[in-house]
Design a protein around this ligand. Structure first.
Ligand code: PXL
Length: 265
């Protein structure tokens, strides 16, 4: 039986990311996916300016009807939320709409390459650092780890640094910690901490980094993990999917990764 899950993130009209990535990927993997759009943007924020319709004021109204209908979700994938006021609403969503055993997967999705995405500030980071105590699995990149924990951001690092990053994250959450986009020994992948020793899933490092690949990773990971695969298997599948997308994508623009061809292959 297919799982019914909820993904809460923005809807960017142009530029593949967030909902326009999560929805097709999760559906393709057989997960019934309900959406809670947190904002509608003309385009994602790597383009030159964007409009932003904040849907925060509508969310209580949506919850009212969900309560009335008794909706429950067997999993949650949170990505780019947009406003810090949404953190309390995310917690309310977990409290009201979790089916028994529902897994909460959170991608902080507020920065990369040592910088915050446009429109975010340190108050948002602080609110996210608080929200992730509720996560069963958190999938930040090193930029997000550094902002949330205060660890110094480095371009070059070794396993010790990554494990220090894991230790800092452990202060914020009891959930599984998966640090994405970790580059070690000329390879790229994830550091996974699930209570024991930190484990790594690494594969070929491609010369390009593309916008929106974090969202693709989170969606494939969620589909696999909620589909019953192990953390390591889910990371390996998601990492391979992202690498295949990068190989297929024209790198001269910001429209996002070409995941459609991979999804259909
Ligand atoms: O991929 C993360 C993301 C999601 N949504 C919006 C973004 C970004 C990254 O910049 O701008 C609107």
């Amino acid at each position: 039986m297919s799982k019914r899950i909820l993904t809460m993130q923005d809807l960017s009209c142009v530029g593949q990311c967030s909902l326009t990535v999560a929805l097709p990927i999760l559906s393709r993997y057989g997960i019934e996916t309900c959406v809670l759009p947190t904002a509608v943007l003309s385009n994602h924020t790597m383009f030159n300016g964007w409009s932003y319709l904040d849907l925060t004021p509508e969310i209580k109204n949506i919850y009212g009807y969900w309560k009335k209908n008794g909706f429950k979700f067997e999993g949650f994938l949170l990505g780019y939320l947009g406003k810090k006021e949404l953190m309390d609403l995310a917690e309310e969503c977990f409290d009201e709409f979790s089916a028994a055993g529902a897994k909460k997967i959170i991608d902080p999705a507020f920065g990369d390459n040592g910088k915050l995405y446009g429109g975010f500030d340190l108050d948002y980071v602080k609110a996210m650092a608080h929200l992730i105590r509720r996560a069963d699995v958190i999938v930040p990149n090193l930029t997000e780890v550094c902002y949330m924990t205060g660890l110094e951001y480095r371009e070059k690092y070794d396993r010790n640094y990554v494990e220090q990053a894991v230790s800092e994250m452990k202060k914020l959450t009891d959930g599984v910690i998966i640090i994405t986009g970790v580059e070690l020994d000329g390879l790229i992948g994830e550091a996974i901490y699930d209570g024991g020793k930190t484990e790594y899933v690494l594969s070929e490092l491609l010369p390009a980094r593309l916008h929106g690949t974090g969202d693709i990773f989170a969606a494939v990971f969620t589909a696999k993990y909620l589909g019953g695969h192990t953390l390591k298997e889910s990371c390996a599948a998601a990492g391979k999917f992202v690498a295949d997308c990068i190989r297929k994508t024209d790198k001269s623009h910001f429209y996002g990764a070409n995941f459609e061809e991979i999804l259909n292959s």
